[in-house]
Design a protein around this ligand. Structure first.
Ligand code: ADP
Length: 378
């Protein structure tokens, strides 16, 4: 009967996704370690101390974070002592619940239940880092807006000065707006909370819509759409892919300050549609290919310092592509500039519906700005 009860309880503790152990309050000897604990810290735990088995590099035992001293003063019905710590053997964070209990021979001992919270800790760290960086980035446009507005309020100004200051105010306002938009979307994607609706989207149509936003704002740039006829539509979220393309084209414009041709191309490679945006601008130095996709990372070179940005655009491009089970990368085309590629699968793993090839992509209308050019290649 007693053995059955013992086996039941042992089964429960061994199945827990937590490290559970019991140690002596005076000599630190381990009296019990569940299966998960033994799997992580070694099967040979009998007759050893808790710090020998569960910690490493403890020179002057016991550990300086040991809770024995606290628990020695506890009564059996006192609430548990809760704490978090970074394990010195596997470098993972644990949330620990320590409680004094009575052992089979009558003495008081320490029971600890330790749950791995490493992922939560990492999320918390990223969130703090992210918030600190965002507030820092917001300060620059805000300082400019407040400074120019104050100057206009307190000083007489000519109509030309007013126009110039208001233009700056508008630009800085736009910058703040983009920062907030990108920031919120990035947060949503990282928290997997975006409500993306996947529908078949004709690529040329997406490109035309994107370029519509740049016709007036980028008059020195010439845009070319290079989509082969018969390209199947890509399954994607319309708003998500529009934001992805807008970020790529806006970078292509920003980082080609002297103007030039910007090409939006696409082709099919096996089960993927490859979208690409090529500019003939200042290019990206070797060694920066991966870092430019990190949040808030901006290439710091004298020729680009005056180009405004937040370092969030490409991070968002990467997240949106990932939410479509796709990937992004950069290549340097011969002749200078940059080509950003986005590979999107024609059928998504987590979707029931496969998108069949066709119908044909509507041909891009020939126009002054967007021209269909089948000869365009990478
Ligand atoms: P930003 O808001 O700074 O443009 P992004 O995340 O969009 O942030 O881009 C990160 C960095 O990558 C930019 O600061 C810039 O240095 C570089 N970059 C991005 N796109 C281009 C491009 N088309 N040509 C040259 N450099 C680029």
């Amino acid at each position: 009967m007693l053995q059955t009860r013992f086996d039941e309880i042992r089964t429960i503790f061994d199945t827990l996704h937590a490290v559970v152990y019991v140690a002596d309050l005076e000599d630190y000897r381990l009296l019990y370690l569940n299966r998960r604990g033994a799997a992580l810290f070694g099967e040979e735990w009998q007759n050893k101390t808790c710090y020998e088995v569960l910690q490493s590099g403890i020179k002057d035992p016991p550990c300086n974070f040991c809770t024995n001293a606290i628990l020695s003063g506890h009564e059996l019905n006192d609430p548990p002592h809760e704490w978090e710590f970074l394990n010195t053997v596997n470098q993972r964070w644990y949330q620990c619940t320590d409680k004094v209990i009575r052992w089979t021979d009558g003495r008081k001992v320490r029971l600890e239940i330790a749950i791995d919270i490493t992922e939560r800790k990492e999320m918390e760290r990223m969130k703090e880092e992210f918030l600190a960086a965002v507030s820092h980035e917001m300060r620059t446009p805000l300082t400019a807006i407040l400074g120019f507005a104050e100057y206009l309020l307190e000083n007489p100004s000519t109509p030309e000065e007013r126009l110039s200051f208001l233009t700056t105010l508008h630009q800085e306002g736009e910058r703040l707006n983009t920062l907030i938009d990108n920031f919120l979307e990035l947060q949503r994607l990282q928290a997997k909370k975006s409500d993306y609706q996947f529908v078949p989207l004709p690529v040329a149509e997406l490109y035309e819509k994107t370029l519509g936003h740049f016709t007036y704002t980028a008059p020195t740039h010439h845009f070319v759409i290079a989509c082969p006829k018969g390209l199947p539509p890509v399954p994607g979220d319309r708003q998500g892919l529009e934001q992805l393309l807008e970020n790529l084209v806006s970078n292509a414009v920003k980082y080609s300050p002297k103007g030039g041709i910007i090409t939006l191309g696409a082709h099919r490679e096996g089960s993927e549609i490859i979208l690409w945006v090529r500019d003939r601008g200042i290019g990206i130095p070797p060694g920066e290919e991966d870092r430019i996709f990190e949040r808030f990372y901006r290439v710091d070179r004298s020729n680009r310092r005056e180009i405004a940005g937040t370092g969030l655009g490409l991070a968002l491009v990467k997240e949106i592509a990932a939410a479509h089970e796709g990937r992004v990368w950069l290549e340097r085309p011969p002749g200078g500039g940059s080509t950003f590629f986005v590979a999107l699968p024609l059928s998504r793993r987590d979707s029931q519906s496969k998108v069949p090839p066709g119908p044909e992509t509507p041909p891009t209308p020939e126009g002054q700005k967007a021209v269909f050019n089948p000869d365009e290649s990478r």
